[in-house]
Design a protein around this ligand. Structure first.
Ligand code: OXD
Ligand code: MN
Length: 586
């Protein structure tokens, strides 16, 4: 009964969308190779995809987006709840009625002459109880090709929708790609997304940010789980034991690099290994044993290309040798993809807009240029990423891009403190979203652009996991981006971040020391394995130091931030902030 009605509901919705958008044809996507081949051929023929050098980059393509459509548009992204307060000060809001009216006006007749694609997809392993399904309707074949990489798309997802009787509805059109006619709207109560006027991944691949974070965070709150902007990795020690770590960093702050980390030489020799489960999104919920179990709802990586090199992320580079869609990168004379920081001895001749490369004019690759690739192509991809039950999380890490004040790592003393550490996260903005870059803003749990409801309620939801019998992960904060007086990074980062992860896991196992401070437990320099790392005195002082006056100012600002949410902000978080203010003042 439920099964039939789910398909009926889907058919009715597809028919009503077709009536509104008036496409020339409707294509139901099954996710097959032949369907993908036909779409690729069509996009090659009309110039949407340019084939790359088949010898160096087999079955790989370059897509150039409209130059005004290269990043997420937070100022045009809305959460439409009946009450404005339910969306919270952290979201732009419109009433559902106004939101639908606005979007339906834009969608009216917008697919005339185009094909409308219907994409059933599953976020997460197809047989996992933690997974959730959706259907995206789009007029963009580029979106179909990307969704095929990023989700479990097609027949199996449709069968699960039929079984479960529920799915998230996502309607997307590239429209005219006019920034003045561009909106990304979410209707959490209706499990519905409407996105118009952009072909950029974060705005158009609706399974990703729109479903797996904004709508899922709302579903998660109702159903008792967490939908987070986090990578998941497995850290295997020389004894063959693996601890899983989930880490939240804002966009373009190194989640992909950390998820695919290759340990420094000495660690590799000793048998340390990092396994990749996911690089962007983590869904987790308590298991029967009280631990949090996590899945990566995605099936691929939509990674930032600039800065990716053999040195920074060899696993990413190995992943994208074939069967990859590149968006807005530059090209070499022989049609190989190129970006700033690739460091492979090649030179670009064509920039991301298809013009002759001129460094005085613009970089070869857009700073937010991307690669889309199946996770299965990653050498460090963990077999556990396909596990239906998910992986047990030992540690949660929060981190931002902070040039000053924030030390390399500290540990929260308990769950409530950890939630405050996440809620207080600050970071400098990056090119992943339209707007100024390098501006410090509060980005709680790296979810500022992605939480589908009021942050005050979100923090209360996080706090609610601290129940009797819960075996919650330890919570840490890291800062890989601390700078010295000369403006250079003080910590080498990349593979050396493993030294910090090792300390965390030893803390989890009760095998490492730390120094108690009002902001949490910091390692002393001697608590970390720094063999072979060359750190200046300035670096050592700043990476492991506690700056009392600086933290006093920071906590005053955190207090102001919490107050912006008014009485909805959980008292527990406010008193936690007060506890630390008092500790700093002593
Ligand atoms: C992303 C983002 O693309 O966070 O993952 O912008
Ligand atoms: Mn992201």
């Amino acid at each position: 009964m439920a099964a039939r009605s789910a398909l009926d509901a889907l058919n009715d919705w597809v028919a009503s969308v077709a009536l509104l958008t008036r496409p020339a044809a409707i294509q139901w996507c099954d996710g097959s190779d032949s369907e993908n081949d036909a779409l690729i051929a069509k996009m090659q023929a009309d110039g949407t995809l340019l084939p790359l050098n088949p010898d160096t980059n087999p079955r790989s393509w370059l897509h150039r987006s409209h130059p005004d459509d290269v990043a997420r548009v937070e100022h045009l992204t809305f959460v439409c709840t009946p009450e404005q307060d339910d969306a919270g000060p952290n979201n732009h809001w419109m009433s559902p009625a106004d939101g639908h009216a606005q979007m339906d006006g834009l969608f009216d007749g917008c697919m005339a002459g185009r094909t409308m694609y219907v994409i059933p997809y599953c976020m997460g392993p197809i047989d996992s109880p933690l997974s959730r399904c959706g259907v995206e309707i789009t007029d963009s074949p580029y979106v179909v090709a990307n969704m095929r990489i990023m989700t479990r798309m097609g027949a199996a997802a449709l069968a699960r929708i039929e079984r479960e009787g529920t799915f998230v509805k996502g309607l997307h059109s590239t429209g005219e790609l006019d920034p003045n006619r561009r909106y990304i709207m979410h209707f959490p109560e209706e499990l519905t997304i409407k996105s118009y006027g952009s072909g950029y991944g974060g705005n158009a691949l609706l399974g990703k940010k729109c479903h797996a974070l904004r709508i899922a965070s709302h579903q998660a709150r109702k159903e008792g789980w967490l939908a987070e902007h986090m990578l998941i990795l497995g850290l295997e020690n020389p004894q063959g034991e693996t601890h899983y770590i989930a880490a939240a960093f804002p966009s373009a702050c190194g989640k992909t690099n950390l998820a695919m980390l290759i340990p420094p030489e000495g660690y590799r020799r000793d048998g340390w290994k990092v396994w990749t489960i996911g690089d962007d999104i983590c869904w987790m919920r308590p298991g029967a044993d009280g631990r949090l179990y996590a899945i990566n709802p995605e099936a691929g990586f939509f990674g930032v290309a600039p800065g990716t090199s053999e040195k920074s992320n060899p696993n990413a580079l190995a992943s994208i040798q074939s069967d990859t869609i590149f968006t807005n990168v530059g090209l070499t004379a022989d049609n190989q993809p190129w970006w700033e920081g690739i460091d492979n001895g090649q030179q670009p001749t064509t920039d991301w807009r298809g013009e002759p490369y001129d460094p005085a004019k613009r970089p070869a690759a857009h700073p937010n240029s991307r690669f889309t690739v199946s996770a299965k192509q990653c050498p460090s991809y963990s077999p556990m990423a396909e596990d239906a039950q998910g992986v047990p999380i030992s540690a949660i890490v929060f981190g931002g891009r902070r040039a000053s004040l924030v030390p390399l790592v500290f540990e929260a003393r308990d769950w409530t403190h950890g939630v405050l550490v996440g809620a207080a996260m600050g970071s400098e903005t990056t090119a992943a979203a339209t707007g100024a870059v390098g501006v410090m803003r509060r980005d709680p749990m790296a979810m500022k652009p992605f939480c589908g409801y009021n942050f005050a309620d979100y923090f209360a939801h996080w706090l609610s996991f601290d129940t009797e019998g819960a075996k919650l992960p330890k919570i840490f904060h890291v800062n890989w981006f601390r700078k010295g007086d000369d403006g250079k990074f003080l910590w080498p980062g990349f593979g050396d971040n493993l030294r910090v992860l090792e300390w965390m896991i030893k803390r989890v196992e009760g095998r490492a020391d730390a120094v108690e401070t009002p902001i949490g437990q910091l390692p002393a320099e001697s608590d970390l394995n720094l063999d072979g790392v060359d750190l200046s005195d300035e670096a050592r002082a700043r990476l492991f130091g506690y700056d009392r006056a600086g933290w006093q100012a920071e906590f005053a600002s955190i207090g102001d931030y919490l107050d912006e949410y008014g009485p909805r902000m959980p008292e527990a978080l406010k008193s936690e902030q007060q506890r630390i203010v008092t500790g700093i003042a002593k």
